[in-house]
Design a protein around this ligand. Structure first.
Ligand SMILES: *Cc1c(COP(=O)(O)O)cnc(C)c1O
Length: 487
């Protein structure tokens, strides 16, 4: 069923609200902004009633898929439930209505929250200090690499290369390249760990850092992580953890104890704050003492009972964002940690258990290139279906939509042919996991019995098969009623 765009609802002269007549003198617009800034034709805005407006956007919102409407097994994204009590906390007017330029003496509650949250994140990560400025994980990566560069330059070392394993998320090499580093890719071994021999060959005096994800993007714990840290530190480089997969380690092991010098956290993945269409995330970066002088300024400090912003940090890399990051997100993170802090180990254990349960249900039906106990996610391969029935993973993912589930991550990590990356998270019930496994197993079965249906899926969604290349390359944001009728 198609739905008109809001412009098609437009009727000339129709309005949603009628403001009262002004009780101040009516000054012509020209007198305020100058004639040259006034447009000759009015903007082509839709003219609709309030009810039309409400219905239009409410209907539109109901066509979205969200964690609040269904299972979202998007590997590497940790689409866990976002507890609603966190939303209540973020909406407390003392937080929500605080102007970001409020002087520190009048923003004590907000600063105290950041200070306390920093203590919590340090304890969980085994790090010493945290910056809240980065807006998301990728921004945190860049912030961390800038600090690493500043630290090395301070030592008089001009190092130019950053090592990234071949299983890494695309943001890792991009962040390194954006910071002007040369990216060196190191391959994974047959167990899915970074290849130590290859790492030793790459590790020399030109290496600024290794960017590692642990558990890595295959959902596997880096078995030799401490040895990897020795190799990198041995050549004078720093260890960076991409903390996107922190949900597998909480309360069990700490990156700071594994030899990492700096990490980002995706609070929108690990600590239950919304992301995707649900709102902005945040990517706080935690560092060991050696990087503390280079943290973005200002930092939040405590002096006795008072909290203050310290901008007097001569070695700081400067600001990477306005104010103190996505503050509302940190209220949610803090609320999450107050609720689950003592239970964090159970959060991770349940995430790992759920993933292994799902893997056990699915493994007879798909290839499993790295056959080890998984952490919070796992990567299957659709190779068998491609070879036997000519059906690509993309097509199976689309067919899954017909069964009412969001598709898993596909074609990532790049080192797995026809990758299907599944992350259930700890917040899903066994019933949901069973229903999802049933659906995916049915799709695998249909590849043999009803290949055409799979190949042309989805059939039951609002829009069916999109031409993804055209959709990305030929964006049409000025879709008119005439074009619509013509199509
Ligand atoms: C999500 C993710 C990132 C990027 O984080 P954003 O918060 O989306 O910027 C980086 N690395 C990995 C492994 C991820 O899963």
């Amino acid at each position: 069923m198609t739905m008109p765009v809001i412009f098609e609802r437009s009727v000339p002269g129709r309005i949603a609200s009628a403001p009262p007549a002004p009780d101040v003198p009516d000054v012509p617009l020209e007198a305020i902004v100058g004639e040259e800034h006034i447009r000759s034709t009015p903007p082509a805005l839709p003219e609709v009633s309030e009810l039309d407006l409400v219905r239009h956007y409410t209907r539109l919102s109901q066509r979205n898929y969200a964690v609040d409407t269904g299972f979202y097994p998007l590997g590497s994204c940790t689409m866990k439930y976002n507890p609603k009590v966190n939303e209540d906390a973020a909406r407390l007017s003392g937080f929500a209505r605080l102007h970001p330029n409020t002087p520190a003496p009048l923003a004590q509650g907000a600063l105290e929250l950041l200070w306390r949250l920093e203590q919590m994140l340090c304890e969980i990560s085994g790090m010493d200090r945290v910056t809240f400025q980065p807006s998301a994980g990728a921004h945190g990566e860049m912030t961390a690499l800038m600090m690493i560069r500043a630290c090395l330059e301070d030592r008089g070392e001009h190092r130019t290369r950053v090592i990234v394993p071949d299983s890494a998320h695309g943001t890792n090499p991009s962040s390194a390249a954006m910071c002007g580093f040369e990216v060196v890719t190191v391959r994974s071994d047959e167990r899915g760990n970074i290849d130590h021999a290859a790492l030793r060959r790459a590790a020399d005096g030109s290496v600024a850092a290794l960017m590692l994800t642990n558990p890595n993007t295959l959902g596997l714990f880096e078995e030799g992580v401490c040895e990897v840290a020795e190799i990198v530190h041995g050549c004078g480089g720093l260890m960076y953890l991409d903390g996107a997969n922190f949900n597998a380690m909480l309360g069990i092991t700490r990156p700071g104890d594994q030899g990492f010098d700096v990490m980002h956290m995706n609070v929108h993945k690990t600590f239950g704050t919304p992301h995707g269409g649900g709102g902005p995330g945040a990517g706080p970066v935690a560092v060991k003492r050696l990087l503390e002088p280079y943290l973005p300024a200002p930092t939040v400090e405590r002096e006795g009972d008072r909290f203050l912003l310290d901008g007097d940090r001569p070695k700081s890399i400067g600001r990477v964002r306005a104010f103190n990051g996505n503050f509302g997100i940190f209220v949610r993170t803090y609320a999450y940690l107050l609720a689950y802090g003592p239970l964090l180990r159970q959060v991770s254990e349940a995430a790992v258990l759920n993933a292994n349960y799902l893997l056990a249900l699915l493994r007879p039906y798909f290839d499993l290139p790295y056959d080890r106990r998984c952490m919070h996610e796992f990567v299957l391969s659709g190779r068998r279906q491609k070879e036997q029935y000519g059906i690509r993973t993309l097509e199976m993912a689309k067919r899954l939509l017909d069964y009412g589930f969001h598709a898993p991550t596909v074609y990532f990590p790049l080192i797995v042919d026809e990758a299907i990356m599944i992350e259930p998270t700890e917040t899903e019930s066994r019933q949901t996991l069973d229903e999802f496994a049933d659906a995916l197993i049915r799709v695998a079965g249909e590849c043999a019995t009803d290949a055409e249906t799979v190949r042309n899926a989805p059939h039951r969604t609002v829009v069916t098969r999109l031409d993804e290349v055209s959709a990305a390359r030929k964006l049409n944001l000025r879709y008119t009623a005439a074009e619509r009728r013509g199509s």
